[in-house]
Design a protein around this ligand. Structure first.
Ligand SMILES: [Zn+2]
Length: 194
């Protein structure tokens, strides 16, 4: 499970879904949070670099400090027992949407419409703060798994590492298509909503 987590974290960086030291990812195993360290280029991530904390963010193991966004991860896990993994990243097309308040159209592809059936657009808040983490609570409680963060990035959650990652990549694909649609200035064919 830990090696799988490492593989998906590296995949996020290698597929340009986040850049430089940006983004942070976690999994929950038996009420322990396994999270990426602060200031780390994810391409070089290994099992030895994982930081482990309890559900209050107290560090239990790891040679580095946990990501400064751990408050967001804890807030989401505490409010939804079904979530086992969280990916926060700065994908470039989703960022264009987040900066320009463009709604990401997910009703153009069947898989995306299913995976991303609900997206919360959260107003800008200083990353790493309690206020920023608190901003997720209402939508998380309402069952939302996908968040677009104004002038910042995106956060996706899931019952598994694969589910959280799939939401992240699918969201970025839809963001790319939404940005291109704006550029070619044509209305897309939507798929019918049941
Ligand atoms: Zn961020």
């Amino acid at each position: 499970m830990l090696q799988k987590f490492v593989d998906y974290v590296k995949l996020t960086w290698d597929r340009k879904l986040t850049e430089s030291t940006g983004g942070n990812m976690s999994i929950r195993i038996d009420d322990k949070i396994h999270i990426t360290p602060t200031g780390f280029i994810k391409h070089f991530f290994s099992v030895e670099d994982i930081v482990i904390t309890d559900m209050n963010g107290k560090q239990l193991a790891g040679r580095y400090r946990a990501s400064s966004e751990i408050k967001m991860h804890l807030k989401i896990y505490k409010n939804r027992s079904d979530i086992e993994s969280i990916f926060h990243a700065h994908p470039r097309n989703a960022l264009i949407c987040a900066i320009n308040k463009i709604k990401i159209n997910t009703h153009i592809l069947p898989e995306a419409a299913f995976l991303l059936n609900k997206i919360a657009y959260l107003p800008y808040s200083q990353p790493g703060t309690e206020e920023f983490a608190q901003g997720f609570v209402n939508d998380v409680k309402g069952g939302c798994n996908t968040f677009v963060l104004e002038n910042h990035g995106v956060t996706t959650c899931g019952k598994s590492i694969e589910a959280a990652f799939a939401r992240l990549e699918s969201l970025e694909t839809c963001a790319y298509l939404s940005v291109m649609q704006e550029l070619i200035d044509k209305k897309p064919n939507d798929i019918p909503l049941e």
